[in-house]
Design a protein around this ligand. Structure first.
Ligand SMILES: Cc1cc2nc3c(=O)[nH]c(=O)nc-3n(C[C@H](O)[C@H](O)[C@H](O)COP(=O)(O)O)c2cc1C
Length: 398
């Protein structure tokens, strides 16, 4: 039996060409025993009639915010209170913009703002609209609000373009909702994550560092909160906002990251090291700005401590996860690291592919444990983050 059986689900439909796919979504949710109510935007009514959804859901369809009759019946607050889950499929670019700003100018956005239920969105739009910086900015705001983003998929589009932006198929949306409803082994556990680069000072104005954006670690922190874990993010300097529900400790150098990570990991259940910690630091940071002199300059570097190895040595109570960025012999080198650092899981990624990794929103990784290897194809870092947490959850309950 589906864990969606008996759940009260609002299906929000917005004005996109994929609105016809919502019919299939509603049918399949009803098949699984979910109680479905449909809320449509005025834009959606131009694509599919409320009557179709009424027949499929067996319940009146809600369309108007400022309708005295509707408010006397099941008004926006009642709908918001009724729902265990809200899934908006398709979610237009316009709706995502409204959601990201907390606007309440139509029934669906008002219900979302008033609801305590888990919200999922399945974006659907032309590929150029999807990659537009405004849409991507709205999406990152939505992510920070703890809203679950399902898809979109890549492929042929109704407008003739090819690319990312197709609404994820209804059965995949249902699988994502079921995954979210599954009891999670990480609920109540403490997860500590390091993210971003470290900065190693040369003098008061200069430093050695790297291009780590922190996106992978932040995506993992968001997935960890969603899984119900107490989540601590020890973060080097990055250009990202702290995800909702995460305790962030901001650090600069490897030494600072190490002491924060060790203190937090001492009472944690899982430690995930995604930070790109500088391997070396200047032996001495000059207290004064270093002046120009001569044509050459030598800086003596000394080895930084290996934070992951030190945390892993704290004891067997910790499930330790490392990342291995390799440019050759990916599996072989990552497997060696798994053993040499005494880790429970290593996430290996091939940095020779320029289109993924540092700074990018996508990645392609292989998860390697002591007795398994799981290749995850190229996908958004947030989906990879969820999969990593799912595997950790399975491993800690073995
Ligand atoms: C034929 C047609 C198809 C459209 N398809 C989409 C779409 O797939 N995704 C999208 O974001 N907007 C699409 N739009 C634009 C939206 O309908 C428009 O932004 C509208 O204001 C969305 O309103 P809503 O978000 O309140 O439903 C389409 C417009 C037309 C005329």
């Amino acid at each position: 039996m589906s864990n969606l059986s008996g759940q009260k689900i609002i299906v929000g439909v917005t004005g996109g060409i994929a609105a016809y796919k919502s019919c299939e979504l509603i049918r399949r949710l009803a098949d699984r025993g979910a109680l479905v109510k449909v809320v449509m935007t005025p834009g959606a009514e131009a694509f599919v009639t409320p009557l179709t959804f009424q027949a499929l859901s067996g319940s009146p369809v809600h369309t108007d915010l400022l309708d005295p009759e509707a408010e006397a019946g099941m008004g926006h607050i009642e709908l918001a209170r009724w729902a265990d889950k809200i899934v908006i499929a398709p979610a237009t670019a316009n709706f995502l913009a409204r959601l990201s700003q907390g606007r309440a100018e139509d029934l669906l956005s008002t219900v979302c703002l008033a609801a305590k239920a888990d919200i999922s969105v399945a974006p659907s739009m032309n590929q150029a609209m999807w990659i537009n910086a405004a849409t991507q900015k709205n999406l990152s705001l939505i992510e920070q609000l703890g809203i679950n983003i399902v898809g979109p998929d890549s492929g042929d589009q109704a407008c003739g373009d090819i690319g990312l932006g197709r609404m994820t198929e209804p059965m995949k949306i249902i699988a994502a909702l079921e995954l979210d409803s599954a009891s999670n082994p990480l609920t109540g556990k403490k997860v500590v994550i390091t993210a971003g680069p470290t900065l190693e000072a040369l003098d008061p104005v200069r430093y050695l560092s790297n291009h780590s954006s922190g996106k992978m670690g932040y995506a993992i922190a968001m997935a960890s909160v969603r899984a119900g874990a107490e989540t601590v993010l020890v973060s080097g300097p990055v250009n990202l906002d702290c995800p909702l529900g995460v305790k962030r400790i901001e650090v600069t150098s490897c030494a600072e990251m190490q002491s924060a990570a060790m203190a937090e990991a001492a009472k944690a259940d899982v430690f995930i090291a995604t930070a790109a910690v500088a391997d070396y630091r200047p032996e001495q940071a000059s207290p004064q700005k270093i002046k120009k002199h001569g044509n050459e300059m030598a800086i003596k570097l000394v080895r930084n401590p290996d934070i992951l190895a030190k945390v892993a040595a704290l004891g067997d109570h910790l499930f330790c996860v490392g990342f291995a960025a390799e440019s050759e012999k990916l599996i072989e080198n990552a497997s060696k690291k798994l053993i040499s650092k005494n880790l429970n899981l290593i996430v290996a990624n091939d940095i020779s592919d320029q289109s993924i990794g540092f700074g990018s929103d996508e990645n392609a990784v292989t998860l390697i444990g002591p007795d398994f290897e799981l290749e995850l194809g190229k996908s958004h870092k947030r989906l990879i983050a969820r999969k990593i947490l799912e595997v950790i959850g399975e491993e800690i309950t073995k």
